[in-house]
Design a protein. Sequence first.
Length: 292
Amino acid sequence: MTMKVIKCKQAVNLRRTPSTDSDSLGLVPLGTELTGCAAVEGSDWIAVNYQGIDGFIRNDFLELLAVEEPEVEPEEEVDLGPIAERELPAEAPIADINAASQYTDDQIIVDETVAGVHVMARRIYTEANEYLLVVGLDGNGAELWRKQTMTPDVTEMTQTDALIGGTADAPSVLMYNDWLGLSALNPADGAIRWEVTKEDIFLGGSVSRVVGPDGTLYIGGYYGPDPVAISADGNVLWQADCSAYSAQWMTTMELLENGISCWYGSMKGEDGETTGTVTYDFSGAISEVIFD
């Protein structure tokens, strides 16, 4: 049967299993029509396939279309294979995700060993979606765990990210989706330690970020927000405010002894629009502004 996504603001979660406690495989945009849907007996869930990924959507977010569309020759699409089966290369350069609005079709954004586990994160683009695949490998290259997420569209900005966070004694793998939020994973097994959702606080796209020695994550988006501090255990500590300088287009963030510095591509200076660097102390207050 053919069904259509309804009753959501922008998109609905595609779940790995028919449960709201299950991992989200990504988002299916409002209005998407899905063919070959099948009800899961004794539940409120529908089995679907979206962009080659099998998953489940609650039936309250789907509407049955009365008439099946006639079969037509499908347009040629980019074939991911199942995204979970894409081979990760043994060696690949780490993409500079702090660079402003630049991306290639495939990006390796994490490639390092954490607590004895080789963690790799890869950003993958098709014409319609941005995917993030994160895997943990043992010393022989065998997969220990995997997590994946996707966005319902592709823009000029990156919408996903991954990095190593936490402290030296208790590291975490941080996984970000602009549409969903931030998750901290245990590098040993990929289990979710904590999550900060988009509803909790908006972090933006094409993010710049650094991690302090105490595990605090400082993160902010290209178009905003100004830097947000999130503790190693997932508590939002503060959000800075640089609205007095109309600062935007943040592309670089650097950790200093007394705070963090952020470079903005547009600021309001004494003589009009300019570029510049704002330094925030570890409480989020502005301690220095330097115009270029």
